[in-house]
Design a protein around this ligand. Structure first.
Ligand code: 4NP
Length: 147
């Protein structure tokens, strides 16, 4: 299964989701992208990398890219970090394409959260990682049940 995680900048939440999901779903093809163009080509934001490294995740090899309409054909499931991402992604959907686009927090109903708050603004990188780990576990269970 091919999974694409999407946030705004592709330097905090979605690259963190990418490395967490890679560990839980080694058989999946996993990538991440941002709806915005500002950070294309950059490594993940250093405070996010540091928080991830403290939990055993290496984000240093990732580089930011922008989501493109072709991603709808390249992936089986697109996962957004918040509703703004969801709407911006939906606007890129090619005619006739039916690839599902889901909110990541839908996979972690026990958290009671409806989005992953952006740590670039909240500065709570560790809290974002906790939510991402919970949602990734739920996602892995859902995918496992489908198999
Ligand atoms: P992300 O966080 O969407 O989790 O990567 C952001 C990083 C940078 C910006 C916005 C969000 N920015 O506007 O530069």
């Amino acid at each position: 299964m091919r999974l694409l995680f999407v946030c705004l900048g592709n330097i905090c939440r979605s690259p963190a989701a990418e490395v967490v999901a890679r560990k839980l779903l080694p058989e999946c093809d996993i990538d991440s992208a941002g709806t915005g163009h500002w950070h294309v080509g950059e490594v993940p934001y250093e405070p996010m990398q540091n928080a991830a490294r403290a939990r055993g995740y290496d984000m240093s090899g990732l580089r930011a890219r922008q989501v493109v309409p072709k991603d709808f054909d390249r992936f089986d499931l697109i996962i957004a970090m918040d509703t703004r991402n969801l709407e911006d992604i939906a606007a890129l959907r090619p005619k006739g394409n039916a690839t599902p686009v889901k909110l990541f927090t839908d996979y972690a109903p026990e958290t009671g959260r409806d989005h992953i708050p952006d740590p670039y603004y909240t500065r709570d990188f560790d809290g974002a990682l906790t939510l991402i780990e919970n949602a990734a576990k739920g996602l892995a269970q859902t995918i496992g049940q489908q198999r």
